[in-house]
Design a protein around this ligand. Structure first.
Ligand code: CA
Length: 535
């Protein structure tokens, strides 16, 4: 029986390559290609620059009204390519997001649910393995955070666990090594070193993955004082009292006011600093900490001081990431690689920069649901374009595969963005997205929840042994998500529609009615316990 290729993705790719279709179990010449080869026929290189917890509010290309920072190098990827304004994640936390990028699957399908016990099953299909099989040289450098060793990479040089900011131990293809310097710079050095020595006859996939700007937001010493003691504008919701929302928002433990530690606030220095580095650290922090002690701040003033310290440190970390992006773009240009390299910048999820009084991530709410995402693909993506479609990091693997002329496995749950990157979003593009967070009990005490997101609404269920609450948000009327309108007059119809859509998505994605047992979601191994300690 003749087999029709499952969808248009591989067919389009084959047209582009002028290749042959395999049908009826034997090789047959395809009909003449219908598309004139106006596009590059060479498989593009893919440089995937990935940071950890980088909020879109802290990238100047996203035009946050607070104007927190200038990121000229990251912005170049947007101005020379496409900026995505609603790239959402299926589960807003580090490890699960990374597992999604590699597999194109939700947490329940790739088995990596949370940072408190999950271990990535490296035997499953990943974009790295598929591209390697298609002739790519594959590499990952920097933060990995999936517990098991990387598979599918010709070269891997990763931070163990969460990693540290200064003089980091790393694992070079299985061998433990020690580096001196600032981790963001080292990851970029290693990325460039590998690019220099790679097999130049092959296209490459390089995943250059930063620890920064993850907690505890420790800057490069050259960036201490980068903001000249700026007084940062606070978000409108810094003193949110969570009225109009339920138990989950009231019970969380992720506020700037109450949750930040002495390490977060730089009253303790990282133990990895050398004596010289420690001197530079103290030269910046010690006098400011003394002034703080003397001021004896209380209440809202104390929260504002903490917010300001947080912004200094967090944004300083991003300055080093931005410099790294600049170095990588320059390398591509110097080597004549820029034209045939897709450059992606993304983070593993969004982050709160004081909105709702919070830092951290986890929630279905916008700041953590959305992640920055921009792509430069010369000759394919129109420079300076902005996309507002509902896209996801669930789509990255599929996109890289199609860009490389490879079929997308049917088991992957996202969609290739190649058409979108060409400025031609398919008419049947998704209008809703399923979200599911599992790490409870866990750090920051954010309840398990799942929900459906559209361009305007969010319907969410918080659940667990002592909570079962629904909330509904109308982003048009309430863009800061301060008031659930679940069960309220005027929302009956849309609530019903969203309930149906949520049920449809759960069925389509094979989400089980009940969560899998704890032994699956959070296997209680000594290694998991150690990892939890280190996270
Ligand atoms: Ca993260």
């Amino acid at each position: 029986m003749c087999r029709v290729l499952p969808n248009s993705r591989p067919a389009r790719t084959l047209e582009r390559l002028g290749a042959f279709l395999i049908v009826c179990g034997s090789l047959m010449a395809a009909p003449p290609p219908r598309v004139v080869a106006a596009e590059p026929t060479k498989q593009p290189n893919i440089l995937f620059i990935f940071s950890d917890d980088h909020a879109y509010q802290a990238i100047s290309a996203y035009n946050d009204p607070r104007k927190l920072i200038e990121t000229p190098n990251i912005d170049r990827i947007a101005t020379e390519g496409m900026r995505f304004d609603r790239c959402v994640v299926p589960n807003s936390i580090c490890g699960p997001s990374r597992a999604t990028v590699l597999t194109g699957k939700y947490s329940h399908a790739n088995g990596f649910y949370n940072n408190s016990g999950s271990r990535f099953d490296g035997s499953q299909t990943t974009v790295a393995k598929l591209l390697k099989g298609a002739g790519y040289q594959t590499a990952v450098v920097g933060k990995w955070h999936l517990v098991s060793d990387p598979t599918g990479f010709d070269y891997w040089h990763i931070l163990p666990g969460q990693g540290v900011y200064y003089n980091p131990p790393m694992i070079d293809n299985g061998t433990r090594v020690k580096h001196e310097g600032y981790t963001t710079d080292i990851i970029t050095d290693l990325t460039i070193d590998w690019l220099k020595k790679r097999d130049k006859s092959k296209p490459f996939l390089m995943m250059s993955q930063h620890k920064a700007p993850h907690r505890e937001w420790a800057p490069a010493l050259r960036h201490l004082g980068h903001d000249n003691d700026r007084n940062y504008p606070a978000p409108a919701t810094l003193f949110d009292d969570y009225a109009g929302r339920g138990k989950a928002e009231h019970d969380q433990d992720m506020t700037i006011a109450k949750t930040m530690t002495a390490k977060d606030l730089k009253f303790e220095a990282p133990p990895q600093l050398t004596p010289d580095q420690r001197q530079a650290w103290d030269a910046y922090y010690a006098p400011r900490n003394q002034a703080f002690e003397k001021a004896d701040l209380k209440g809202d003033d104390l929260v504002r001081w903490k917010y300001n310290r947080y912004m200094h440190d967090y944004l300083a970390c991003i300055k080093a990431v931005d410099e790294s992006v600049g170095r990588l773009l320059k390398y591509l240009e110097d080597e004549g690689l820029a034209e045939n390299t897709i450059v992606v910048y993304a983070a593993d999820q969004g982050f709160y920069l004081g909105e709702h009084g919070w830092f951290d991530k986890r929630w279905i709410f916008e700041e953590s649901l959305r992640t920055p995402f921009m792509v430069r693909w010369p000759g394919v993506t129109k420079p300076g374009s902005v996309n507002t479609d509902l896209v996801s990091n669930l789509d990255f693997a599929e996109t890289f595969l199609e860009a490389a002329g490879q079929p997308v496995p049917a088991e992957m749950q996202g969609k290739s963005l190649v058409s979108v990157l060409k400025g031609r979003t398919p008419e049947d593009w998704r209008k809703s997205f399923y979200y599911h967070y599992y790490e409870y009990p866990g750090p920051h005490n954010v309840r398990r929840h799942y929900g459906v997101v559209t361009d305007r609404y969010k319907l969410v269920r918080f659940y667990g042994p002592d909570v079962d609450e629904w909330e509904l948000f109308d982003l048009k009327e309430d863009p800061q998500e301060l008031r659930s309108v679940h069960g309220q007059a005027g929302y009956t119809e849309i609530q019903k529609e969203l309930e149906q859509e949520l049920a449809r998505l759960r069925k389509e994605l094979n989400v089980t009615e009940q969560d899998p047992p704890e032994s699956v979601i959070r296997p209680a191994t000594p290694k998991a316990a150690a990892k939890k300690q280190a996270r």
